[in-house]
Design a protein around this ligand. Structure first.
Ligand code: GLN
Length: 198
C-alpha cells in the first residue's frame, strides 16, 4: 500500500513516522505527479488557511478534489478536517469542501485550546489517545455522515464514505490505533469511479 501524506505544512512528518512504524510506504505529496498511484491520503494538522493557500499555489486543488470525490480514501486530522469540510461555521473560506460537515475552527479557544484525553471511537476496542491543539469540532453533520466519537458532547471524529476526519492528532501520541483504523478502511474501500455514483 502506498499512502500519500500532504506535505505542505504542519504535522506531516509525524504521520510518516507512524506509517514507517506500521511498515506502510509513505509518499510526500507536494505536486500533481506525487498524487499518482497512491491508495489513500492523509491531510495533517497544521494551519488550514496556510495549507489551503498552498494547495492553490501549487495547483493541486482540482486534482485533489477530483480524486477525493472519485473515492480516494482520505483522512483529515485537525486542520485536515477543516480542509475537507463543506462549511466552516466561523469562516467564510471554503477549501476542498468534499464532506457534509460543518466545523467550528479553534472551537476550544485560541490560547487554552490544547489538551489530552482518552476517548472512545466507534469501531475501535481500546480508548484512543487524543491530543487537541487549537482544534476544530464538528457542529453539524449531513445525512450520510457517521459520527464516530464525541468528547464532552462535541463531535470529534466522523466518517462519510471514503472520508475520515478527526479533530485530534493521533500522530502526536504513541497510539497507533487510529492509523490502523484508517489503513483498514483503505483496504476495505474499492477505489473505482463508480464510487462517485453511490
Ligand atoms: N487552528 C488550526 C486551524 O484552524 C488547526 C489546528 C491544528 O491543526 N492543530 O487551521
Amino acid at each position: 500500500m502506498r499512502m500519500g501524506v500532504l506535505a505542505m505544512q504542519g504535522a506531516y512528518k509525524e504521520h510518516i513516522s507512524i506509517l514507517d512504524d506500521l511498515d506502510v510506504e509513505a509518499v510526500e505529496i507536494r505536486n500533481k505527479e506525487d498524487l499518482k498511484d497512491i491508495d489513500g491520503l492523509i491531510i495533517p494538522g497544521g494551519e488550514s488557511t496556510t495549507m489551503g493557500k498552498l494547495i492553490n499555489t501549487l495547483d493541486l486543488y482540482d486534482d485533489l478534489k477530483e480524486k477525493i470525490e472519485g473515492g480516494l480514501p482520505v483522512w483529515g486530522t485537525c486542520a485536515g478536517m477543516i480542509l475537507l469540510a463543506k462549511n466552516i461555521y466561523n469562516d467564510d473560506t471554503k477549501h476542498l469542501a468534499t464532506m457534509d460537515i460543518e466545523v467550528m475552527r479553534n472551537a476550544y479557544g485560541r490560547q487554552l485550546g490544547s489538551f489530552y484525553v482518552k476517548g472512545e471511537v466507534k469501531g475501535i476496542n481500546n480508548e484512543v489517545e487524543m491530543v487537541f491543539i487549537r482544534a476544530p469540532y464538528i457542529k453539524e453533520v449531513g445525512e450520510g455522515v457517521e459520527v464516530l466519537s464525541k468528547v464532552d458532547g462535541n463531535i470529534v471524529a466522523a466518517r462519510q464514505k471514503n472520508m475520515l476526519v478527526t479533530s485530534f492528532h493521533p500522530e502526536l501520541t504513541n497510539d497507533l490505533t487510529m492509523h490502523k483504523y484508517f489503513l483498514e478502511m483503505v483496504k476495505n474501500l474499492v477505489y473505482t469511479k463508480d464510487y462517485i455514483m453511490q
